[in-house]
Design a protein around this ligand. Structure first.
Ligand code: PMT
Length: 479
């Protein structure tokens, strides 16, 4: 079905199709085909008002959306058990991995066999355990290569200081180190050793080298050691923690629909100085803009976030630029162009004082308070929307209103010249400013008209994922 035909459908159906296709990670056209197929096969499709409330959390747009672990037979781990007292916990780790339907094959170092037996590891894993590089039965066809390659992940738990040193230096003088050297799969280490050994300069160097070599770590944790009276960092991570960490490597990688796209996002308030100690600002926390940056990054985009002063941690994998005033924010936005998509979620102060005081303004007894003359700040959204050369392909503004939400948002869409407006009610009762939830109305220009999609109340993270899904869909179906 041509996209032209879809655009002519009435708004409720279009809105339903968009939400449903975003939820299922399909294009609108594909979704229509699925609905028709369902209809022909006799499975009912919901209709009417219920359609508008389809939850909008497309798995592809967010790495944070839980994905099912693979089922039996798909996830395969080679577990290398090193020689340390924490080896007894590796038996529990085998159980935790098996609970997750992961196949486990164990390799025990010579030292590990002082703490646990190959028989115990085999009984729990349900598979033969391996101990010897020169085992005639398994090595007749280079078994260490199979152990290294016929798996999705190699876990070393406990990873002793000695094992780490051998790995960092490329030794292969027993089965465990030979498997590790031959590995082409990711390797996850769960170090376990005495705190003094963990903090020793040689171990620090080895750990650093292994990280540079692309080896992953879980733990060690702080806590009491097996040796009486010893405590510190060096305890092996708990089996559940290691299993959860390992499972992440086994999940299918979420698709990256925005890979190769540059996304520019503004967030937070701006602060407009009155004098060196006072400023004009607003109640924006930056949460909504930061959530959008994280969702865009999870969808594979190259994200730059330009934020006013907030108390949030920078989202992982996002280039974050911190500014204070509207004029600084505009400078940085312009400097970061070109971009494919720009999303302006910042609550930029509309005004600043005309004459910023160089010194703290003094209160003088008997005198009236000083008058504050305000001048208008540059409008970042309008400036970028009107660019001739470097205008991003999709420019999205926000509208924060306390009354006549949709009418004011429509007027802003026209006045500022952006493509979409995300309208939200910021009346104090809604808790939108600073809170964790938001209720969105998405306004888009379509064929000279403005369409309005009303979303149910969602967390700001969900709003972000849903907005990114709508962007992905719009890029798939160019106007
Ligand atoms: O930060 P949170 O606590 O999570 O709250 C989120 C939010 C309410 C701040 C966010 O969802 C939101 O609505 N952001 C826009 C706030 C705002 O300033 O809206 P406005 O209606 O005043 O401005 C309209 C648009 O123009 C916005 O995209 C704004 O970024 C932009 N603008 C405004 C003034 C200006 N001088 N330059 C601009 O670019």
């Amino acid at each position: 079905m041509a996209s032209l035909t879809i655009r002519k459908l009435d708004d409720a159906i279009k809105s339903y199709l968009r939400l449903r296709s975003a939820k299922n990670g399909r294009s609108v056209e594909e979704e229509v085909r699925v609905i028709l197929r369902e209809y022909l096969e006799g499975s009912p499709t919901p209709s009417g008002a219920a359609l508008a409330r389809v939850p909008v959390v497309p798995a592809e747009a967010s790495a944070s959306v839980p994905q099912p672990a693979r089922r039996t037979g798909d996830g395969r781990i080679t577990l290398i058990i090193g020689g340390g007292i924490a080896a007894y916990k590796s038996l529990d780790l085998i159980r935790r991995l098996k609970e997750r339907h992961i196949q486990v094959r164990c390799v025990l170092t010579k030292a590990a066999q002082q703490f646990v037996t190959p028989l115990a590891a085999s009984a729990l894993s349900g598979a033969r355990s391996y101990t010897d590089l020169f085992d005639a039965e398994s090595e007749f066809d280079a078994g260490h290569i199979r152990l290294a390659r016929d798996c999705d992940l190699i876990v070393v738990a406990p990873a002793t200081a000695d094992l780490m040193a051998k790995m960092a230096n490329g030794h292969a003088d027993d089965l465990a180190t030979a498997v590790l050297l031959a590995a082409t799969r990711p390797i996850l280490l769960a170090p376990a050793m005495n705190p003094a050994m963990w903090s020793n300069a040689a171990t620090r160097r080895n750990a650093e080298q292994l990280r540079r070599d692309g080896i992953h770590f879980v733990g060690p944790n702080a806590g009491e050691m097996a040796e009486a009276g010893e405590a510190g960092v060096g305890r092996m991570a708990e089996p559940l923690e290691i299993a959860a960490s390992a499972e992440r490597f086994l999940r299918p990688k979420p698709p990256q629909p925005l890979a190769g796209k540059r996304v520019l996002i503004t967030a937070g308030p701006t602060q407009e100085a009155i004098d060196p100690v006072r400023y004009i600002s607003n109640r924006s926390s930056g949460k909504q803009g930061f959530a959008i940056a994280a969702a865009a990054r999870a969808a594979g985009a190259d994200v730059t976030l330009i934020t006013g002063p907030v108390e949030l941690d920078d989202p992982k994998g996002v280039a974050v630029i911190h500014v204070e005033s509207a004029r600084q924010m505009l400078d940085k936005v312009e400097a970061m162009l070109p971009a494919d998509i720009a999303i302006f979620a910042a609550a930029v102060a509309d005004w600043r004082v005309a004459h910023e005081g160089g010194q703290k303004m003094k209160k003088t007894a008997g005198q009236l308070p000083p008058p504050l003359q305000l001048v208008e700040n540059p409008d970042i959204l309008a400036t970028i929307s009107r660019l001739k050369e470097k205008r991003p392909g999709l420019v999205i503004g926000f509208a924060a209103e306390t009354e006549h939400l949709i009418d004011n948002a429509k007027a802003k869409l026209k006045r500022k010249g952006c493509d979409w407006i995300v309208a939200n009610d910021v009346s104090p009762a809604t808790g939108t400013f600073g809170g964790d939830r938001n209720t969105i109305h998405l306004l888009r220009r379509e064929d000279g008209e403005i369409s309005v999609d009303d979303w149910p109340v969602m967390t700001k993270d969900e709003v972000a994922v849903a907005l990114i899904a709508q962007i992905v869909e719009a890029l798939r179906t160019p106007a």
